[in-house]
Design a protein around this ligand. Sequence first.
Ligand code: GLU
Length: 509
Amino acid sequence: MSNREIRVRFAPSPTGPLHIGGVRTALYNYLFAKKNNGKFILRIEDTDQTRFVAGAEDYIIDAFNWCGIQFDEGVTKGGEYGPYKQSERKALYRKYAEQLVASGHAYYAFDTSEELTNLRNAFEAEKKTFTYNATERVHLKNSLVLSEAEVQKLLTANVPFVVRFKMPENRVVRMVDLIRGEVTVHANVLDDKILFKSDGMPTYHLANIVDDHLMKISHVIRGEEWLPSLPLHVLLYEAFEWEAPQFAHLPLLLKPDGKGKLSKRDGDRLGFPVFPLQWTDPKTGETSRGYREDGYFPEAFINMLALLGWNPGDDREIFNLDEMAEAFSIERVGKSGSRFDPEKAKWFNHQYMLKMSNEELAKQFLPFIEKEEVMADIDYVERVVGLVKERAHFVHELWSQSDFFFKAPDTYDPKAVKKRWKQVSYDQMTEIKALLAKVDDFTSENTEVVVKQWIEEKEYGMGVVLNAFRLLIVGALKGPHLFDIIAMIGQEETLRRLETGLHELGKKE
Ligand code: GLU
């Protein structure tokens, strides 16, 4: 293998939203390029006009912008090997198809779709499957059978044709995959795939190989679903006499129970996104949720994806993109599928939340506070997030963990009232109110000492007092350390909440 410059690509077909498996493939390409001082290219493979979906290309680009995965060349960036969109390269593929016909590796086929359907049906009637292969091609309507003059006549008359690859007979195709090692396939089981279609467009196989060659791709890192295409691709490189790239086929992302490929339906059923961004199907209007809209930090999302199939060789779990690139190698990508764990995804987001400065977190939390129409200055919000971030996985969960820092309770959780508002509570809370009204130093530390000493002196139950106290301050039995809460809301507000609570809950009979 020559010392090629490292150049890798992500080559999505814009047929819908990008599945997180696709994002992971792109990520591994990106990490591989970064690790090896190579280039990472985004190429849009849109030769199949029947599968075109409006908005899908923009979606792909937006998704990578959100994730922070950057390309060195591609549709948005340009570069010296462009254009990077196959529909804009349309004119160049035909000559490569013809080159293969001329060298005897491919042929023109004039069979109409009606003729082929009839053949398929006839085979099916005999419980057989029709395959356009070495056995069948010798009695079909193609340039292997027709005379040169006949072929020329059909071409000149613009009779629709396709170009098919002439699969060699009795060949064992030997392939090397960087993840799986050596793979061999007998060419006799393969069919004569169409390379160039009657609509003047190349198929995926031809365009993909031609572009990888012209764009000097050194490594093809892609999903396992493309492994069955590898023998054809290897044979195409051989037929063109081009140096083939090295291949790595990434194992699948599996459902949470490990049984089969992770699908959109699993996400809908189990309540997690399988797409980076929300997507609305332009035809059906159906909306699928996205990691961004669900409140994931892009860094956490990427970190979680990276470890689904690759392991750094030690027990580190939290990486930024640069650290991942530094540690990345294809050798450490596993051979078997990786089970997706929605709880672990949340855990990653939580870790990033804990890592984030209170200042940054407060900034992100501010819009949620504004929506609730309460007033708070940013310093206060910063201190609040510092106290509650341990309890949330997402920024949007911070509100339910901290609403009582911003406003007095307007209801009291009925379950908590039933359990924790005891007969003694009214009198005890009246006492605590008088006690706290006299405290000069209203810090968390001091009020805690004062209140606990008083409880001990009176021989009250610690739990009985503190639960009732929390209920009046918070409205429920949630939240961080109670004395931190009262220090934050201040003496005046604490006394006011005690007063209101006493009035609302009254004496239990
Ligand atoms: N266009 C193919 C896809 O949508 C690319 C496969 C490859 O990377 O060769 O996944």
